[in-house]
Design a protein around this ligand. Sequence first.
Ligand code: NAI
Length: 719
Amino acid sequence: MKTLTYTVDADGIATIAIDVPGRPMNVITPELQNDLAAAVESLAGDAAVKGAIITSGKPGAFIAGADIKDMVNSFAAGISAKQGAELSQKLSRLLRRLETCGKPVACAINGVALGGGFEVALACHYRVLAQDASVGLPEVNIGLLPGAGGTQRLPRLIGIEKAGPILLGGQPLKAADALKLGVAHAVAPAAELHGLARKWLLETPKAVQPWDEKGYRIPGGAGPAASHAAISFTMGTAVTAKSTQRNLPAPLAILSCLYEGTLLPIDTALKVESKYFGQLLSGPVARNLMRTMFINKNAADKLARRPDGVPASKVKKLGILGAGMMGAGIAQVSAAAGIEVVLLDSTQEMAEKGKQLSVTLLQKALERGKTTQAKVDTQLERIWPTIDYADLAGCDLVIEAVFESRSVKAEVTQRADAVIPKTAIFASNTSTLPITSLAATFSRPADFIGLHFFSPVDKMPLVEVIMGRDTGPATLARAMDYVAQIRKTPIVVNDSPGFYTSRVFATYFQEGILMLEEGVAPALVENAARMAGMPIGPLAVSDEVTLELQLKVIEQNLADGQAPTAQLPRILQVLRTMVRDLKRSGRRGGGGGFYDYPAEGKILWPALSQHFPLAAQQPDVEEAKKRLLYIQALETARCVEAGVVMEPADADLGAILGIGFPAWTGGTLSFIDTLGLPPFVVECERLAVQYGPRFQPSDWLRAKARRGETFHPPLSAAA
Ligand code: NAI
């Protein structure tokens, strides 16, 4: 057997040590399933063997779960719900055979046991965990459910009330918590696991699971009569439906498994679980989530787009120009990653204020027990607030985050240029100014790049890396190394006004403003956005960006000679009315914007409809949702056409991680691919007739649709 070893000691105790070759972590491959099935039969059939210990041959890790690439590929191969259910039944039957084979089986969990790995453990009769091990069922995070008994054995072991949050939350349990919950029988140092499992097998073995004993009842009860039913099922379903807006099918399917399955004998219950698993695996949401949020995100984090042939680099000393909201945030995440930071502003007071953000965030982390005073002190020591450019000497990288003004940026760039080493690279965090034009103010444009962070920097996982016309591959590689160093996810795009994310995001909030101007009820606009899965409505986000800034950018662009679009006069009219006539410039202005901001929370400004009267006929909410999602997807397609975005994976990741495009779609391009490009184009044409030429698909997109192309390559080829 290639994926495990099966040995029997003198006392008749078999050890099944799983070690899938060529993998850093054990994953449940078809080969491992076959080998495990053979091992179980050896155990069952050999009278000389008293029981078995399942463990991992890989130090510090048990089994990480199923192979996600295999699952994505099965979707690509057109798997049906029935075939998906059969896939789940295969492992489910094997684990059922394991727990009913007549021999006691102990599991020595020497590290992470996730998904299918934890399900193997749950099918064993005894579980002992290493102190630093963790167990969990994270399937919900990738749009699936545990399809090898997880939704059935866990509630049978600890009750539905406790199992529900573990299954729906997808968060792993630490060993100590697993013990407290009754998921583990014992916790011990890693070196003692095997001995403890052996002791149990020799002294107090039991080859029957609690749920196979006569008279077994689920702890806390099951079904509508259980005392917790109103909370677990009635409220649970309502809360889940609301939080997912029914865009994500997995959490509701998990609740169905919990409700239906626990009323049935285990063998039938496992079939119910498999049925729901098959439905999820054959649906597009799981595929989209797995591909973008797992496969492509992992690839981006491992710098898949980094140019070859450039030696790996690390930033030791970072200069940040401008200690405002963004500069302060970049300083904090960089210091947390061990980088020495020089934080420069025009006054010492402003520079110190920038450092204060780190003090505040670290203080909060300390209060929550997430860090230690010693770590707080070292991190704070790494940030050097200053007004003196000479302090930038020796920096490997300088990031500029001063006001969004060409002249201010040019001045600070040149002053830094004069003192930093000729080997240093320089980045701008501008959100709107083309990188190529900013690079012209630096002595070495090949070493100049855009690093577009998102606010708040400590929370937002994405950095949009922007190539200027002259940016060299070595600069790109080093900038990406830095992004990985601060543990953020990079996407790489080409220079263009608004780059990629801001350009797409603008279409979102502008569509909301246009709806308001048409007379669509503001609450309908905001609710439609949230129902589509956007984290914040377009009017609320406009207030955050500030209406004043939007107005300034549009007027500046027009003054710079940018041709106005057909919808621009309408957007301008709304913004001018709000900012100039009504003095409502957005959240930061103090006077409110589309919303009022009382001490707690926010409410849509009640007088909005006086200034933007409601139309007699209100649109269907589905139509409003469609407008908000389609306009962003279409703008992404335009970015692909213009060469701003080069890789579909970058477009999807940027949309989800940068601007909150709903994860269930897999990102803007996965959204189009899932709908199908030809129907998407037809629908855009309809929207263009009804709402304006901004929805008009280009000839390029129409031709692509006619050729039957997709944005992502067929999945089997990609994986
Ligand atoms: P901010 O106004 O909070 O901070 C700008 C800082 O630059 C201030 O502390 C100011 O004192 C300092 N500064 C201005 N002139 C200076 C000079 N001559 N020398 C040294 N320091 C000087 O602005 P924020 O929001 O941090 O934005 C900074 C940059 O980041 C802008 O280019 C902006 O477009 C970009 N950006 C902003 C995002 C946001 O959400 N606010 C998101 C992504 C990029």
